[in-house]
Design a protein around this ligand. Sequence first.
Ligand code: 13P
Ligand code: SF4
Length: 359
Amino acid sequence: MNLPMAPTVSAAPELSVKEIAGMQDEVRALAAERRAVILAHNYQVPEVQDVADYVGDSLGLSRRAAAADCETIVFCGVHFMAETASILCPEKTVLIPDLDAGCSLAASIDAEQLAAWRAQYPRGVVVMYVNTTAEVKALTDYCCTSANAVEVVRHIYATHGPDTEILFGPDMWLGAFVEKELGRRMHVWDGECHVHAGIRPSDIEATRAAHPGADFLIHPECGCSTSVMEYVAAGDVSAEGVHMFSTGGMLQYAEQAEREAVARTSDRRDAGRGANGSSSPARAQAVVATEIGMLYPLRMAAPDIEFIPANAEASCKYMKMITLPKLRDALREMKFEVRVPEEIAVRARVPIDRMVAIG
Ligand code: 13P
Ligand code: SF4
């Protein structure tokens, strides 16, 4: 199968360090003037992450949007995320700096397709990843993110009964991960994210060979996730070093790993070693299988850990459409507004609220 790969270069014009600093000041001043909160996904370019009020994963961003005390939210992420913010905060103005920032996964199912799928399984409970349009969410029973998909499905079996038929979508790799974790089969839509699906088992083979002691941080949307679970099940890879994480989970791992690295260094110092650097321990390594924007927050959170991309080409062109100049223009001109019509928002809020209540 030939999977399309997004270009690695951002569409942003090159800015000097001075220009970036000047524009960041402008953005902060405009945000204060507009009483705006800037939310940014972990895959955003560093200069946008640095100016945001909050950087996080899909679940964290939904929560922040719901709790934000402001008139305007500027969403530095992709369109479905801005829609989710609009669904949760209909009284706020939600802006996205580029309306073309879409998502190949969200585009893999539309409302008509979901309605037809539902009609095939009238007793089925529909669980959809948040990477879907508002119209799809309006036909969904429960939303989930990569951080809570297992919990959401477990909750459905516990409350609706163990034989409940579940229609899970649109990501087939995340669906396979949930099935494996819970040991049950669901009906799984065959959508995928072109960036994560492009991270193949061969990437894991190559990074394993090059970095034998490294931990693996794997986003469950990845095309390699099923094979890594198989390596673990077969005992080829130690389960201890393999973590299937949302981007938020990866960040928590980094924070913990950094604390441990700092503690190791101070223990060595107390033991009187390492002063001349001759016996300093090797830097811990972690291979990261997700979109490469994630490397920036990981490296900021854990400078003592070496983070290695599983596939350095795994860049989401949609996430990279959001640039600092476009963010500045969005605030200056109050564009581009994302507003979900109330009749859709009312229905789409139900599965999101259910998800947030579960965890
Ligand atoms: P999370 O941030 O929820 O892990 O999702 C990753 C993603 O691909 C968002 O588009
Ligand atoms: Fe969508 Fe990009 Fe995230 Fe893939 S990486 S799910 S295309 S936003």
